[in-house]
Structure formats: C-alpha cells, structure tokens
Design a protein around this ligand. Structure first.
Ligand code: ADP
Ligand code: MG
Length: 232
C-alpha cells in the first residue's frame, strides 16, 4: 500500500510536469508543422522529406498526448460517440503511418452498435496506442483485426488482434506499468495511459497473448455513463 501511494505521488508529479512542459512544446511544434506544410506546398515533388517531418511531428504530438494524461486532475465531460467512426478514423491514421503497406487491416463491426457516452478524442488515443503496439509487434508485417459489437444491454466490446511476437509470460503483469517497455525506442506510456482512459470510462481492458502467435486486446465499455461528469 505504501509503495502504491508513492507510485501515485510520483505519477502525479510527473503528470503535472508533463502537462506543463507538453503545453509549452505544443505551440512551437504547431508552428513548425505549419511552416513545413507551407514548404511542402511550395516545393512539391522534391522528395518525401517534408511528409516524413510532418509524420514525426505527429508522433511527438501523440507522445505528448500520452504524457499530458498522466496523473493530472481532470474533469471528464462525456459526449455521444460512434465506435465504428472512431475505429475507421484510427485505422486511416495508422495506414498513413504504414507507408510500406506491410499491414493488412480487417474490421468486423456489428451493425447497429448504439452510440456510447465517451470522450471521443481519448478513445481514439487508446485505439491509436493499441494499433501502434500491434504494428510494432509485427516488424515483418501481418494482419490486424479490429472487431466491435454489443455485449449486452449496457455494454459494448471492442477487440484488437495481431499476429505479432506476443507478450512474454513474465511481462504480462508489467505491460501497463508506467515506463515499462521492451522496445529500443519505447516510452512505456501507451498502455498505462490507455488503461487509465478506459478506467475513466468505467470500462475494462484485458490482454490475451501467446508468444510468437499474437496478442488480442479486449476492451469493454458502458453504453451509458451514470455520472456524466467526473471530478478527480
Ligand atoms: P511502448 O509501446 O512504448 O513499449 P506500451 O505501454 O504501449 O509502451 O507497451 C508496453 C509493452 O507491452 C511493450 O513494450 C511490449 O513489450 C508490450 N506490448 C504491448 N502491446 C503488445 C502487442 N500487441 N504485442 C506484443 N507486445 C505488446
Ligand atoms: Mg506503445
């Protein structure tokens, strides 16, 4: 319990710092991105460097998104969101980043999934993180299957499956810890933030993984949020 408290305090401090720094980095990054876009328009067909620069800025942006969600007090305002639209949007983003078309995306989405109370931007952030992990687990490429449906009267479900390396048994318990990563350039923030976001939606997230076979992430979310506004 003591250790847990210390961890919480540590995260709160990291969260406050990250929020402040993230905010400061955002503005110059946005202006940098704007100027690169201008250059690209002015000198089209030179090479792909401008597009790569813009992609890299977007990558920094999504890391800042993760950092800024940690440990800071937040008020959540839920709105109606469409799961199918959220999935399709995220896949289009992921496809842009998979330039060599190594990944095949497949969706199996039930018809008539009701809209759910959510913070759309945050659910997109979760999906981007999960899809990114799936892509990174398949360096040689492969298939990612994203499915969604209605679980019962109160919940919807969503799964992301890959055919990647899988998670080592001894790592399963650690993957959502802050800064836990097995990657050379990983931040170890993606799952921790994703779990937090799902928790803030009163939902659940589970991992099923077989080494060298692949990983399935299972998310369940309530359709209706009872307390539409949560103050932490
Ligand atoms: P990062 O991606 O920066 O390493 P994450 O929090 O997103 O941080 O993931 C933590 C760790 O969980 C990863 O380094 C990896 O070892 C493991 N992991 C997560 N998703 C998958 C997956 N789909 N397949 C294999 N390993 C995964
Ligand atoms: Mg990740």
């Amino acid at each position: 319990v003591h250790e847990e408290l210390r961890q919480k305090e540590r995260l709160a401090i990291i969260g406050q710092m990250s929020a402040a720094i993230g905010h400061e980095i955002r503005n110059p990054m946005a202006s940098l991105k704007g100027f690169i876009q201008l250059q690209r328009e002015q000198y089209p067909n030179t090479n792909d460097y401008y597009s790569i620069m813009i992609q890299e800025i977007d990558r920094i942006d999504s890391i800042i998104d993760d950092l800024m969600y940690i440990g800071k007090p937040r008020v959540i305002q839920f709105n109606k969101g469409d799961i199918k639209e959220i999935i399709n949007y995220t896949i289009s983003i992921a496809k842009q980043q998979d330039e060599e078309n190594r990944i095949v995306f497949e969706t199996k989405i039930e018809d008539a999934i009701p809209e759910i109370d959510c913070v759309e931007k945050r659910l997109k952030q979760v999906l981007i993180n999960l899809i990114k992990n799936a892509i990174e687990a398949m360096p040689e490429g492969g298939r990612i299957t994203i499915s969604a449906g209605v679980l019962d009267r109160t919940k919807v479900w969503l799964t992301i499956e890959d055919e990647g390396d899988g998670i080592k048994e001894e790592n399963i318990a650690n993957i959502s810890l802050p800064f836990f990563t097995t990657k050379k350039n990983g931040t170890g923030l993606g799952l921790m933030v994703s779990e937090q976001i799902i928790k803030d939606h009163n939902g659940s997230i589970k991992f099923e993984s077989t080494e060298k076979k692949g990983t399935k992430v299972i998310v369940e979310l309530p359709i209706v949020q009872i307390n539409k506004k949560i103050n932490h």
